[in-house]
Write a protein that binds this ligand. Structure first.
Ligand SMILES: Nc1nc2c(ncn2[C@@H]2O[C@H](COP(=O)(O)OP(=O)(O)OP(=O)(O)O)[C@@H](O)[C@H]2O)c(=O)[nH]1
Length: 346
């Protein structure tokens, strides 16, 4: 028996995860009669080009989702190959009914958030969309969008707009659990790249040097400004599928995905230099210290602890430096620390 729409909406707003929320709105819409296909398309940019891929889709009556990296998805295609969809996004419309082809009517619902679209729902019917049908769909879509933005708000730090520490804890614990389950096949577990060594995910802790002095000399407002500008530098220095978090205070965490050690080392070093050469209004120059480590082995607590150890080494040895935990251990400059299961670091 079909569940009443209200029941579906109640379930939808009980969720705390974007992908599950997406599945839930699609299954709510799918329950309407006459829907022949339904998908959530993800839009993303790589090296200046916009791509689209199905992230959630209907297969033999079942909704399936992929949370694999969009840039690696074999079903991705440049948006320019879908001129109708491209025109729909460019028009910034709340919804567009596509001209029927082979007796199919398609409704696109782009999800606009902070002037950007990264998701577009696509609903296909064999009949034209009546006004009543559009009203029902748009009502459900509005509930979904409101709830998405609430969820997004709770995941971000109010000052910088970066993901907050709570989000890091959730995402990183999930990543570690899936890497441990997959044992060798999932992202997070190194995969060989003959020329440049294994690719994996890297975690860096980035901390502004002597930030207390910035506050003391220029005041808290200028301190806040430095944090906002630092967040912007982070956003522009790393790729869109890397994750950046404000950990609290003047500390940030970067998760660099699918990179070799040399790429990671260069990316963090480049960021350190970018900060060093940047002029912050009134404040002038500031620097950052960075400690990083691979995330393929160890529990989240251990991984974070290792990056922190490398960061503190940088702090103790002159600041404005990048250190890789394994290098320090190999050189005998750091001792490996055993994590205790009963110690909750985050
Ligand atoms: N303006 C501003 N300051 C903050 C915020 N959160 C934390 N701080 C300040 O950040 C400073 C951190 O100081 P410390 O932990 O001593 O570190 P530091 O001065 O950066 O020195 P090192 O890390 O050792 O290089 C403190 O003065 C905090 O008050 C914030 O949201 N805004």
């Amino acid at each position: 028996m079909r569940k009443p729409i209200l029941q579906n909406l109640v379930e939808m707003t009980g969720l705390r995860d974007h992908l599950r929320l997406e599945l839930s709105v699609l299954s709510t819409l799918q329950a309407l009669t006459g829907i022949v296909d339904i998908r959530a398309l993800e839009l993303f940019t790589r090296e200046g080009q916009t791509f689209v891929r199905p992230r959630t889709w209907l297969e033999q009556g079942q909704l399936l989702s992929s949370d694999a990296e969009a840039a690696q998805d074999p079903r991705r295609e440049p948006l320019e190959r879908r001129p109708d969809l491209q025109a729909c996004i460019a028009s910034q419309s709340a919804s567009v009914v596509h001209v029927p082809r082979r007796g199919r009517y398609v409704l696109w619902l782009p999800v606009w958030m902070n002037d950007k679209v990264s998701t577009c729902l696509e609903i296909t019917q064999s009949r034209a969309f009546s006004q009543h049908r559009l009203d029902v769909i748009l009502g459900i879509f509005q509930v979904y969008k409101n709830y998405q933005s609430l969820l997004d708000y709770s995941e971000r730090d109010a000052l910088t707009g970066l993901f907050n520490r709570k989000t890091f804890d959730e995402q990183f614990a999930r990543h570690a659990a899936s890497a441990a389950l997959a044992q060798g096949t999932e992202p997070g577990t190194p995969c060989a790249d003959e020329q440049h060594g294994p690719r994996q995910q890297w975690l860096a802790v980035v901390d502004i040097d002597h930030f207390k002095q910035v506050n003391d000399r220029f005041g808290h407002l200028y301190g806040d400004e430095v944090l906002i500008l630092m967040a912007n530098l982070l956003r522009s220095s790393f790729r869109s599928h890397d994750r950046i978090f404000r950990f609290g205070g003047e500390e940030f965490v970067v998760l660099l995905r699918n990179a070799t050690l040399e790429t990671a080392r260069k990316a963090f070093e480049r960021f350190r230099e970018t900060v060093q050469t940047h002029t912050f209004p009134q404040v002038g120059h500031v620097s950052v210290s960075i400690g990083f480590v691979g995330t393929s082995t160890g529990s989240p607590v251990e991984i974070l602890g290792q990056a922190d150890q490398a960061l503190y080494f940088a702090k103790e040895h002159g600041r404005n430096q990048v250190h890789y935990y394994d290098d320090l251990v190999a050189a005998g400059q750091l001792q490996t620390k055993m994590a205790h299961d009963d110690v909750e670091l985050f």
